[in-house]
Design a protein around this ligand. Sequence first.
Ligand SMILES: [Zn+2]
Length: 155
Amino acid sequence: MLCRKIILLLASIATTGASAIRGQELATADQIPPTRASASAAKNQTAPLRQEHRFWDKKNAWLFAGVGASRALDYSSTLNLRRRGDNEILVTNDLVDNHAAFAVVEAAGTAVSIGASYLFHRSGHHKLERWTSIVHIGLTTSGAVRNYCLPTAHP
Ligand SMILES: [Zn+2]
């Protein structure tokens, strides 16, 4: 029962995030002014001089720590599931059972997420930059909860 509640909570967080991203896209489309040339000229003057925030600011440091923590939770929950005789669905059992290689996969997932955030940051999409980590944490954590909720296979 508790598991189901946690999954519902995470699902609602994920959908809120998705609608926020959609909202942001609509807003930027609306914000494009009719005098496009003058606006982009002004943007070109200010954009290289002023950054919205440093990439490794406090907020991102916490978000990336959260991504790493959710990945660690995924790692331990998947090993837990394997110990109980269940099968991993996203990667092969051989990979999961090679713990060092599986840890590298989890670390790579964290690195790719931070890389995606960095690309959004560089292109000026600071909200998407944050949401990349938030959605990643939500999906990974709900996957880990799901792993722990799976019934133990009795051969
Ligand atoms: Zn940014």
